[in-house]
Design a protein around this ligand. Structure first.
Ligand code: CU
Length: 355
């Protein structure tokens, strides 16, 4: 811990000394100064690469260079624009790329944004190496503060919290992801189903910062989680020539999006954003190291029958109760229903509180 503190202070001082320009303004996300870069699961990086990534994230954050990103995500305008809308997967694709470019240029990394394939931890995420001192830190289950790793309280400018214990909610398994991301679904159906279920569940299960939209981006795991979401979206796009399968639609009462709509604040069209190749990154499939480090390799769908959804999901919807939540989850998990088929307005109210 002491060495972490020292390294962090040294990096912070170094960062202060060399940074003369304030990083602001909208970045060209299609620039490729580093050529094609590879995105791997964090467990497939070398120890040095992992430390470099973490150090870079903390250094940039501690000197204030990530503020514009937190602001984009939490700002009212973008919040409702990028969530619960057909732009969800596309907006977050650009959002991650923004940080990736910043990290590549500021820290000379030779690899892209790492992802966290949480499906291989799904059965017992509590035991995941991701929540160890060597990776993203353990936390005090009473105070909720992250208390080890470079991201611990006092070393990283955001004192992030996580709120789970050994009874942590399971994530979606690989099999369940396949059904949520059915290649025959329309884009909008797939996007809504995925956003509200598999994606939202990770936010919910981690708790603390990750359960609160405006501050979720402070937890470095937000970025790894969303990079994995982008990988899954990319797979959905490529498995069945679905790349340009985007159905134009209204995303709120009066705004209509089509393929030519520019996604803000980056001014990239939906059509361009649909093509990963435009952004100079490539996904590397899981390698043996990540699989060996996964908390559970036996995927057992049965465990989800015991899934418990805490009642605070319902708050503050008065008519929401245990039974309604259980019904929704049963339909999703066991009857393979789509969220969009289940009283969607009602469900939006429920999930709004944790994303
Ligand atoms: Cu988001």
């Amino acid at each position: 811990m002491t060495i972490f503190k020292f390294l962090n202070l040294a990096a912070w001082l170094f960062g202060r000394a060399v940074l003369t320009q304030h990083i602001s303004g909208v970045v060209d996300l299609k620039q490729c100064p580093h050529g094609k870069i590879l995105r791997k699961d964090i467990r497939d990086l070398t120890t040095q690469q992992r430390l470099d990534w973490s150090q870079c994230f903390v250094t940039l954050s501690n000197r204030g260079d990530l503020e514009h990103l937190h602001d984009y995500h939490g700002r009212d305008l973008y919040w409702s624009y990028a969530h619960f809308s057909p732009l969800f997967l596309l907006w977050h694709r650009l959002f991650i790329r923004d940080l990736e470019i910043l990290m590549l240029s500021e820290c000379n990394l030779d690899f892209g944004m790492p992802y966290w394939a949480w499906d291989i931890d799904s059965v017992n995420p509590w035991r995941s190496i991701i929540f160890s001192e060597e990776f993203f830190g353990t936390h005090d289950t009473t105070t909720k503060f992250v208390n080890t790793s470079i991201f611990q309280y006092g070393m990283y400018n955001y004192n992030i919290t996580r709120d789970f214990n050994e009874n942590m909610t399971s994530f979606f398994t690989t099999d369940q992801l396949e059904s949520i991301l059915d290649i025959n679904k329309s884009f909008s159906k797939m996007s809504v189903d995925f956003e509200y279920s598999a994606h939202g569940l990770v936010h919910h299960a981690l708790g603390g910062n990750m359960r609160s939209g405006p501050i979720s981006t402070h937890d470095p795991l937000f970025w790894l989680h969303h990079t994995f979401c982008d990988l899954l979206f990319y797979q959905w796009q490529t498995y069945n020539n679905n790349t340009f399968k985007f159905d134009s639609q209204y995303y709120d009462r009066n705004r209509y999006v089509s393929r030519d709509t520019f996604i803000q604040p980056w001014n990239v069209t939906i059509n361009e954003t649909l093509v990963v190749d435009n952004f100079c990154y490539v996904y590397s499939p899981l390698e043996s190291q990540a699989r060996n480090l996964a908390s559970d390799l036996i995927i057992d769908n049965e465990h989800l029958k015991n899934i418990t959804i805490p009642l605070n999901w319902c708050y503050p919807i008065p008519e929401c109760n245990d039974t309604t939540i259980t019904r929704v989850w049963d339909d999703i998990l066991h009857n393979n229903a789509n969220f969009s088929q289940i009283n969607i307005n009602y469900f939006i109210n429920i999930v709004l509180i944790f994303l």
